[in-house]
Design a protein around this ligand. Structure first.
Ligand code: SF4
Ligand code: SF4
Length: 296
C-alpha cells in the first residue's frame, strides 16, 4: 500500500489526493509539480517486492505494503533528487549503453541505472547513481579518524605529563556499503542471466550536503565520488535475497507481522527514531520514539 497522506510542515496531515487538488493551508509548501513528482515516486505501481525493497528490513517492507502511512514531502525531496540526476544523464547515454531497464527473475525485480560504455569506450560496466549524505559517504569510503602523538607533552592542567595528540584521517577502514553492493550485484546477476557480461561495478555518489562544514568535518571534500563495488558470489546473493523474499511472502500471505528489522537494517535504531515512515505502525518504532520523547 503506498503512502496515502502528506505531513505538512506544521505537522498536520492531509490526503495526498486532497493536497494535490488544493492546499489546506494559506500557502503551498512546494510547487505543485514537485509535489506531484513526490507523489509519483511513492507509488511505482509494482506489486511484487523489488531488489531495493528486499534490501530493507522485512518488517519495514511488510508494513509499507500493508498499512496506510504518511510522509513528509520535505523528507522525500532527496528521493526525487535521485530521479532528477537520472533524467539529467538520460539524454547522454549514446553509444553502447542501456539505462533504466527493469529485469525480473523468480525472486524479485530490479531496475539498473546504467550498463555498457559508461567509463570508457571498451567498457562493460554497471553503474548506479546515488545522491547521499556526507555521513553515508564517509562510511562507504571507509574513512575514520585516529589519534596521532605530536611529540609534545602537556605542561599544566589535568593532563600534565601526558602526550599531546592530534586527529588524523585514515582512508583504509571498513567500507560500509553492503546495501549498495547487494543491490548492484543483484542487477549484475539479472544482466548476466540475459547474456550481458558485467566487468565492473561502480557507484557515482553525489554528496547532497557537500557545501556544508559538516561534510568537511567528515573528510568529504569532493561533490562526487566514484566508488568501486566488489563482486559478491551469486550463491550468497541468491540465498540472502531468497530468504528475505520468503519471509516477506509468508508474512503477507498469513497477515502476520514479521520479526523486527535487524540492528543493521534499523541503523542501530536511528532509522526507527527519525527516518522510518512506518515507525508509527511498528511496536519497536513506537517504543524508540517514546524513549526519545521521555529523554528529551
Ligand atoms: S502543499 Fe504542503 S502544506 Fe499544503 S497541504 Fe500539501 S503538504 Fe500540506
Ligand atoms: S521502526 Fe525500525 S524496526 Fe520498525 S519497521 Fe521501521 S526500521 Fe524496522
Amino acid at each position: 500500500m503506498p503512502a496515502t497522506k502528506f505531513i505538512c510542515p506544521d505537522g498536520s496531515r492531509v490526503d495526498i489526493k486532497k493536497c494535490l487538488q488544493r492546499c489546506i493551508h494559506d500557502q503551498r509548501c512546494m510547487f505543485l509539480p514537485t509535489l506531484r513528482a513526490i507523489a509519483r515516486s511513492l507509488d511505482r505501481g509494482i506489486k511484487e517486492p523489488t531488489v531495493t525493497e528486499l534490501i530493507c528490513g522485512v518488517r519495514e517492507t511488510y508494513l509499507k505494503k500493508t498499512m496506510e502511512y504518511a510522509v513528509k514531502p520535505y523528507d522525500q525531496l532527496y528521493a526525487i533528487h535521485g530521479s532528477a540526476v537520472h533524467t539529467i544523464n538520460e539524454g547522454f547515454t549514446e553509444g553502447n549503453m542501456f539505462s533504466e531497464e527493469r529485469l525480473y527473475d523468480d525472486i524479485t525485480s530490479g531496475k539498473f541505472d546504467l550498463y555498457g560504455q559508461i567509463i570508457d569506450l571498451n567498457d562493460k560496466s554497471l553503474g548506479d547513481y546515488k545522491v547521499t549524505s556526507s555521513y553515508k559517504l564517509m562510511r562507504a569510503l571507509g574513512y575514520y579518524k585516529v589519534d596521532v602523538i605530536t611529540g609534545e607533552i602537556y605542561k599544566t592542567g589535568l593532563r600534565k605529563g601526558q602526550m599531546k595528540t592530534r586527529k588524523e584521517w585514515r582512508t583504509d577502514g571498513v567500507r560500509h556499503l553492503l546495501d549498495w553492493a547487494v543491490q548492484l550485484n543483484y542487477y549484475r546477476m539479472l544482466l548476466e542471466h540475459r547474456g550481458f557480461k558485467v566487468e565492473r561495478m561502480e557507484v557515482q555518489a553525489m554528496c547532497r550536503d557537500y557545501s556544508l562544514r559538516i561534510a568537511t568535518e567528515r573528510n568529504i571534500r569532493k561533490p562526487v565520488y566514484m566508488i568501486h563495488i566488489n563482486k559478491i558470489s551469486d550463491r550468497w546473493i541468491k540465498l540472502y535475497m531468497n530468504s528475505k523474499a520468503k519471509k516477506l511472502n509468508i508474512a503477507l500471505k498469513n497477515k502476520l507481522m514479521p520479526e523486527m528489522c535487524t540492528s543493521k537494517e534499523r541503523w542501530k535504531n536511528r532509522k526507527c527514531a527519525e527516518y522510518c515512515v512506518v515507525a508509527e505502525s511498528c511496536t519497536f518504532g513506537r517504543l524508540v520514539k517514546k524513549q526519545i520523547k521521555a529523554a528529551a
